[in-house]
Design a protein around this ligand. Sequence first.
Ligand code: NDP
Length: 295
Amino acid sequence: MQLLDGVLVSGHIKEQIKQEVQKWQAAGGKKPHLAAILVGNNPASEAYVGSKVKHCEELGFDSTLLRLPADITEAALIAEVERLNHDAAIDGILVQLPLPDHISPDSVINAIHPGKDVDGFHPISQGRMLLGQPTFLPATPYGIMLMLEYYKINTAGMHCVVIGRSNIVGTPMTILMSRATNPGNATVTMCHSRTRNLKELTLQADIIVAAIGRPRYVTAEMVKPGAIVIDVGINRIDDPTRKSGSRLVGDVDFDNVAPLCSYITPVPKGVGLMTICGLMKNTLLAAKMKETVPA
Ligand code: NDP
């Protein structure tokens, strides 16, 4: 079993990004600038946004964190997004999800200018991805593809079972894995909560991507020996042995599944770090494209 090490791979990619930013600036380009919008004070969202801002500093990007109250109206939030769309200093905009229940995430995402959609959630980005055109890929699936590429895993002809069909992880993952690229070129099965024979399907998988949001849901008896397992899940569970009283686990029962696998991502220090790489690569791309895609 080999660990797909998010610390190692993200470190390598971040070094590449840093160098590209320096080259871009030396050629007269300006620092990439990411604007993050955080609505309310959900602790997990605070942590994710904090980490993204910290990475901007580390990579030589500028960042702006816009904190907005949980009771902001949808119209006021969209007005903020539009203000950032028209701010020439801002290259990329991300709105941290989830949003409070009274706000439609679709309406807010649709308001982001596609040229600044560095999370890759806008319908134009997703449509271009579907058609295989150059675009901002959704950060998590993009990060997973970068990880497979780093380890030179040839996925052509493999059976990839993706569990989860969200617009931000499961669905784009099925599209990227089925494209005629490497990594990619896989035969893909998409599973969700209505899938009847999940175990039967996962047992046929050469690669399992688990994006479910249920702690340790994928167990050893669901995994074929030698399979590659990509664990996207981030779930907080109680753990009285920890000072904090809790810890993070993935959607895969790592301790029992890992010995069976050819490769597996840990949680934490796996896909989460790759998601940040996807976001940062998209932000650099947005900064470079701005010459041709005015806001
Ligand atoms: P969603 O809740 O949007 O989607 C979960 C998907 O899992 C749904 O499609 C759902 O099916 C499916 N599902 C739920 N229960 C089952 C089941 N018993 N059997 C099969 N499928 C099931 O979550 P996200 O896609 O946003 O995120 C998934 C996980 O990944 C979460 O733990 C999240 O925290 C984590 N995450 C991690 C990131 C990272 O950077 N590492 C980034 C983004 C998310 P249905 O559609 O039928 O409801």
